[in-house]
Design a protein around this ligand. Structure first.
Ligand SMILES: *Cc1c(COP(=O)(O)O)cnc(C)c1O
Length: 467
């Protein structure tokens, strides 16, 4: 399988090259040249597969430059770190199916992709005798999932900037209590945006980037999308054993459009009609809902909500969908993304019919989030995290007829304990991995939000390939 850029500016590359490149060198995003299709007979034959076996079946259709036995080992190692044997178990409450994606080491769905990406990086670097110094800024969730993805791995160092005292205590500890020698936490005296801007400026220093083998781990990496396709297919198989309808809808709490884009790919590879509808759910940061409902993709100010991992305006994976919406035309995609960069908005109202064939969307208010958490607990004794509640509210709105709907549960409620306890008025039970985390030994460098100082800190600790 070859990979291309949405902006058409690179010659086709392999899966390995696409993973190592992250963002395409022409500024676009990487996509497989063709989308493999799964026939009904093949799909039917997957009923009994374990999660890692299913992951192998799906991923191997997109990867032809890693031997099968190696890919199996990478997948098995990645999902052995989950505390549920099913990896992403489905639970059933009322007329909803809830797909629990939070049984990985940091209790959020990003582990599903980042456990895999960490092992993939280690494998590729060993093969190419190379090294990688990962740099990222986080507002909370991504940083810990990335750190847990690569902790203790050979040939990789990771440097994560977080805003000092502006992430939750649990989030901070999930990062800083990882004491492996390849993990460097930097608390900056500033905001998340300051951190993000420093990281961007360091990456823009191309000479520095190449000299120190810098890499990113954000949600634009194709391997992350691919890993997320698996649990959509897994859900379709396991919901079918509960319901007679063979079609399934999904409700997806959305920020960077990564998770829902994986659903879009799953819909394309599966036999037609297997996935019927993708329900896109946003919080008060509703740019993507406006896009689906009105064709209006325009930036607003970032609003702070109880679902902070979705407090995003420009969605980093949006360009991938735009490319398909433009009928795989890289020139049109490039022109639109340039227009967006210049004006902060693009008008896609002319494509409304097509967009509505792929998605329905709803923006969920803060009050609705709190009420949904409270109601769901009262009715079913099941506790939703605020991100999951955004999706559940949307599912309740769009559930139609007998078609089963799966809500993606993207974080464990204990990760956002304050909001959740306030909604249900009951103290939460803490999962094992965060009990006592506040008192554990931690390591973190506190630094001013100054690009040069941070760049020097990284340079002094960056890995270099053996001569
Ligand atoms: C990252 C995240 C999301 C949003 O996922 P996207 O792929 O950015 O749309 C939703 N919920 C939680 C808990 C997250 O960490």
């Amino acid at each position: 399988m070859q990979y291309l850029s949405t902006r058409g500016g690179i010659s086709p590359i392999s899966f390995t090259q696409a993973v190592m490149m992250g963002l395409a060198e022409d500024g676009g995003l990487l996509l497989p040249r063709t989308i493999p299709r799964i026939g009904s007979d093949t799909f039917a034959s997957w009923q009994q597969l374990s999660y890692p076996e299913l992951a192998f079946e799906i991923m191997s259709r997109f990867i032809d430059d890693i031997p099968g036995s190696d890919l199996r080992n990478i997948i098995n190692a990645s999902y052995a770190s989950f505390t549920s044997e099913q990896v992403t178990p489905l639970v059933h409450h009322g007329d909803l199916h809830i797909l629990e994606l939070f049984h990985g080491p940091t209790l959020a769905f990003k582990d599903v992709a980042l456990q895999f990406l960490g092992n993939l990086f280690e494998y590729m670097l060993k093969k190419n005798k190379s090294v990688l110094n990962i740099i990222g800024a986080t507002s909370g969730d991504t940083g810990s999932a990335a750190i847990y993805g690569v902790r203790g791995k050979q040939n990789i160092n990771i440097f994560i900037l977080h805003p000092h005292k502006r992430v939750s205590a649990v989030q901070e500890r999930q990062m800083t209590t990882v004491l492996d020698a390849n993990v460097f936490n930097i608390a900056i005296d500033g905001s998340f945006d300051d951190g993000q801007s420093i990281v961007k400026r360091i990456f823009n220093d191309i000479e520095f980037k190449n000299k120190y083998h810098l890499g990113a781990i954000n949600s634009i990496n194709w391997a992350r999308v691919l890993a997320q396709v698996v649990y959509y297919v897994y859900s379709c198989i396991h919901v079918a054993t509960h319901e007679k309808d063979s079609s399934v809808d999904f409700a997806i709490p959305t920020g960077n459009f990564g998770d829902i884009f994986a659903g879009y790919i799953a819909k394309k590879i599966l036999p037609p009609g297997t996935i019927r509808q993708l329900v896109l759910a946003t919080n008060d940061n509703d740019i993507l809902s406006r896009f689906v409902n009105k064709g209006d993709y325009s930036l607003g100010d970032v609003k702070i909500t109880s679902s902070p991992s979705m407090d995003i305006q420009a969605a980093s994976n949006f360009e991938r969908y735009l490319y398909y919406l433009m009928d795989s035309d890289p020139n049109k995609t490039k022109a639109l993304m340039e227009e967006f960069a210049e004006n902060g908005r693009i008008d896609l109202s002319g494509s409304q019919d097509l967009i509505k064939r792929d998605f329905v969307a709803v923006a969920v208010s803060e009050e609705q989030v709190a009420n949904t958490i409270a109601d769901f607990y009262q009715k079913y004794g099941y506790i939703l995290d605020p991100h999951t509640a955004v999706g559940v509210k949307a599912a309740q709105k769009f559930k139609t007829g007998g078609v089963p709907i799966v809500c993606l549960a993207t974080a464990h409620p204990a990760k956002f304990g304050d909001v959740v306890e306030k909604a249900i008025n009951v103290p939460l039970e803490m999962p094992e991995s965060i009990i006592g985390i506040i008192d554990k030994e931690a390591r973190c460098e506190l630094m001013a939000a100054e690009k040069n100082a941070i760049q020097n800190y990284i340079a002094e600790r960056a890995l270099q390939p053996a001569a």
